[in-house]
Design a protein around this ligand. Structure first.
Ligand SMILES: Nc1ncnc2c1ncn2[C@@H]1O[C@H](COP(=O)(O)OP(=O)(O)OP(=O)(O)O)[C@@H](O)[C@H]1O
Length: 218
């Protein structure tokens, strides 16, 4: 089992006391599996991804990832997890403004000690970034920046890709093509993919689907 969540619970402070967001989430994901996570705006999808990626901590419950208890790690341990095991693709692309596209794509793979120029090239081609490699993030459109962020994560070949609406800035045809690439790469490396999406068409192409509502997964 690559990822196992056991009774993960989280609430945020509200005006009248704590407001529960996640109420005992159980979830298991094997290497190679792909899961679409759907749910209304505000249902807690990003909160769940942040906790799996070690960016936030649950109040109760445990998250085991690649044999480690994420909830028991200190800041350094969680940073190491993000560097080596998890790839995060968020709605904010967090590209490095002083690096060109090629260097942005290679950045995480280098940190993880897994830079493979051939894989980086292949991803740049597959995601339609070949002619953008010497440009800087500010010279790109939102959709191009999003594709660089996706290429950067996949180039590092993480065991688990966590993606929060990774194709939200792309038109339907480009989104479908980018998902093809994500699915091809995770299948090639045996990674698992957990992707938040509002698109039923994209969700239908994932191996499994889970819906988050009222703090619970169904
Ligand atoms: N740091 C925070 N402090 C207080 N409340 C928060 C915080 N982060 C999230 N929330 C609340 O928790 C709930 C879940 O937020 P979250 O961003 O996880 O939802 P989501 O399903 O990802 O939504 P969307 O689809 O709109 O991105 C929301 O009601 C939000 O207001």
């Amino acid at each position: 089992m690559l990822l196992a969540l056991d009774k993960v619970t989280k609430s945020y402070a509200g005006a009248d006391g704590p407001v529960p967001v996640l109420s005992g989430i159980d979830l298991a994901l094997d290497a190679g599996e792909t899961l679409a996570l759907t749910g209304e705006s505000g249902s807690g999808k990003s909160t769940l991804l942040h906790m799996i990626g070690g960016l936030d901590t649950p109040e109760a419950g445990t998250i085991r990832l690649a044999g480690q208890d994420v909830t028991a790690l200190d800041d350094r341990g969680r940073a190491a997890l993000r560097r080596g095991t998890v790839g995060l693709i968020f709605q904010q692309f967090n590209l490095i403004p002083s690096l060109d596209v090629a260097a942005n794509i290679a950045f995480q793979a280098r940190l993880a000690g897994r830079h493979d120029p051939a894989r980086a090239d292949r991803l740049a081609d597959a995601l339609g970034l070949r002619s953008q490699l010497r440009k800087y993030p500010e010279q790109l459109s939102g959709g191009q920046q999003q594709r660089v962020a996706i290429a950067r994560t996949l180039a590092a070949a993480p065991a688990l890709v966590l993606a929060d609406e990774p194709t939200g800035n792309l038109d339907e045809a480009t989104a479908a093509r980018v998902l093809d690439q994500m699915l091809a790469l995770v299948s090639e490396t045996g990674a698992a993919l957990l992707m938040v999406t509002h698109s039923a068409a994209l969700a239908a192409r994932m191996g499994r689907r889970a819906h988050l509502s009222r703090g619970r997964l169904a």
